[in-house]
Every structure is written in C-alpha cells, then in structure tokens.
Design a protein. Structure first.
Ligand code: FMN
Length: 310
C-alpha cells in the first residue's frame, strides 16, 4: 500500500502530519515530529514577536475532543525562521511555517523576511485563530481577507497556503472560494481551524472548563469532524487547481480516509496528537493502509475526492 503524496512539486512519504499548534512550539517538538512517521512538519503559528499566550487553564480534554484558548503562545517568528534555516529539507518531509501576525503589517514583514531568506519552507498563513481576545477571525471578514491576500501576493513570490476557519453556509463557501480563486499562487487551503468560541461546562463545579474569554474556546476532535469534512469537500469542489489539506477530528485511519475521500491532498492531526503524542502518526497510517487493503485500493489517488452522493 502506497500512502505517499505528490504535492507542491515533491513527493512526501505519507499523507499525515501535525496540525499547527500541536507538538510544534519548541524545536525539540518539531524535530520529534520530523523523526516520527509524520510526512511533513508545520510549526506553531508565529507572531512577529514571542507571546506567552492566555492564562491557564487554557486547554481541556473532553470525551469528544478538546477546547482550547491558547492565545498563540509562541517563540516569535525569528525562532521558527532560524529552525527553517537549519531544517534538513533532504529528509523528504516538507516544512511549513504557520504565520499568524497580529496585524496585516506583521504578516507582510514575516513574509518578506522569509522571502529574503530564500528557503524551501512554505508559509501557511493562519486566517482563523479564534483565541486572541479582541481579534476576530480574519477569515470571517471577506473584505479584510481580500485585502490581506492581495498584500500577500506582493510580499511573497512563491506558493503559499492559508488556514481557514470553518464555514457553515453554502453562500459563505462560495464567497470565500471566489476570493481565493483570484490568487494563482495560493496553492492550498487547510480546512479547518478549530470551531471557534464553543463553551464546555462542568456540571459538578458548575463552572467553565478554561479560563480565557470566560470559558469560550476553539473546539477540536470528534466535535468538529463533520464540519471539517464539509469544508474539505466544498472547497475541493470550488477551488479547482488548488489543494485542500484536511484537518479536524482525525484520530484513526477511518477519519483520515474520510478526509481523502472528501478531496484532501494531505491530512493534519491536532487533538489526537496532543493526547497520544507522535506515535499517533504510525498508528493512523497503519490503520489507513489496512482499510485501503480491505477495499482493494493501492494508493490515495484511487479514491481521493471520489466521495459518492446519493
Ligand atoms: N491552529 C493554527 O492554525 N495555529 C495554531 O497555533 C493552533 N494552535 C492550536 C493549539 C491547540 C492546543 C489546539 C488543540 C489546536 C490549535 N490549532 C491551531 C487548531 C488545530 O491546528 C486544528 O485546526 C484544530 O484543532 C482541529 O483539528 P483536530 O480536530 O485534529 O484537533
């Protein structure tokens, strides 16, 4: 069974890697992901300057997944750029740098600096962080997204990706796709970021589960799988010539298979990786291979995007 993925001009050894924000804030975490069965590596969303993030508790595990309001704790762009300068690109696993500037100018500064460094690392610009108090998710503001993408095209000469928030209405899928399709060098979109501003309540203590934003936080895990699949499938249909990276609710080979069937080129793992650690990649890949074997598929192209309707 061949799980390799040809994408962005290279062939990755598999289709699974970490979701930004999980197991990727520190260099030793990034290197552990690279050394695991993951097929690529993405760094924690970087701001121009390092951030401590929100007060704790800011992550909470539930039976169905997770709620978090981390608030972009990260080492700052220079730290991840330095990692990217020393990254072993010859290992065959692409390196993605997630960027989440606090302002458009910060994003442009990071993109220009990365461009000047001339590295093979690929930026994934995060249009969808729900957890910085007072900062709305850019991807829900179509005017601001239009302005941002036009500016990214000026600041960055190569191919890039964006991380989208989940959308919940066909009119919004269509409106966002129309904007994204104006940008030929926007090579891929990652769907989805967490479902923002959920609320987990503990009955015993009659309290919220996390401290920031009076308990509101982004949902991941089982909660988000159907929403993630809808976003992957709809953007797969609406963005010809671009790739979709599926993210949301992957915890076994079955969900990874569903994302590819819905059209994903590659698949990221967030909440499950947080709970299980990087051993999750080999387990999920083996489960996926077994599922494919039972169905008579030999490679991902045999079923990618071939989800049937009734
Ligand atoms: N997404 C980003 O694009 N940038 C981040 O910095 C980021 N930080 C996260 C931190 C934590 C602890 C978690 C749980 C998620 C974070 N996310 C971030 C969202 C995940 O990348 C992912 O989109 C979301 O959790 C859904 O995937 P899952 O169901 O596999 O968790």
């Amino acid at each position: 069974i061949d799980l390799s993925v040809t994408w962005l001009g290279q062939t990755m050894p598999g289709c699974l890697y970490n979701a930004s924000g999980v197991w990727c804030r520190e260099e030793d975490e990034l290197e552990t992901v690279r050394a695991s069965a993951a097929a690529a590596v993405i760094s924690k969303s970087a701001t121009l300057h390092a951030r401590e993030g929100n007060p704790e508790p800011r992550y909470y595990r539930t039976a169905l997944g997770s709620i978090n309001s981390m608030g972009l704790p990260n080492r700052g762009f220079a730290y991840y750029l330095d990692y990217a300068r020393r990254y072993d690109y010859g290992c065959g696993k692409p390196l993605f740098l997630s960027l989440s500037g606090m302002t458009l100018d910060d994003n442009l500064t990071m993109l220009r600096t990365l461009a000047a460094a001339g590295l093979p690392a690929i930026p994934e610009i995060n249009l969808s962080c729900p957890n910085v108090p007072g900062k709305p998710q850019l991807g829900y503001d179509f005017v601001a997204t239009t302005e941002a993408l036009n500016a990214f095209d000026q600041a960055w000469p190569g191919r890039y990706g964006v991380k989208l928030p989940p959308y919940f209405d066909p009119a919004h899928f269509a409106a966002m796709a129309e904007i994204l399709n104006r940008h030929p060098r926007l090579a891929y979109v990652t769907c989805i970021n967490s479902i923002g501003n959920g609320l987990v309540v503990d009955v015993d203590s009659e309290a919220v589960a996390i401290k920031p934003k009076d308990g509101l936080g982004g949902l991941g895990g089982d909660y988000v799988l159907p929403t993630a699949l809808a976003n992957v499938r709809e953007f797969y249909r609406l963005l010809p010539g671009k790739d979709i990276v599926g993210c949301g609710g992957v915890k076994s080979g079955r969900e990874a298979f569903m994302h590819i069937l819905a059209g994903a080129r590659a698949v990221q793992v967030g909440t499950c990786l947080y709970h299980e650690g990087p051993a999750a990649f080999a387990r999920i890949a083996a489960e996926m291979a077994e599922l494919m074997r039972s169905k008579g598929y030999r490679r991902l192209d045999d079923f990618r995007g071939k989800l049937r309707t009734l």
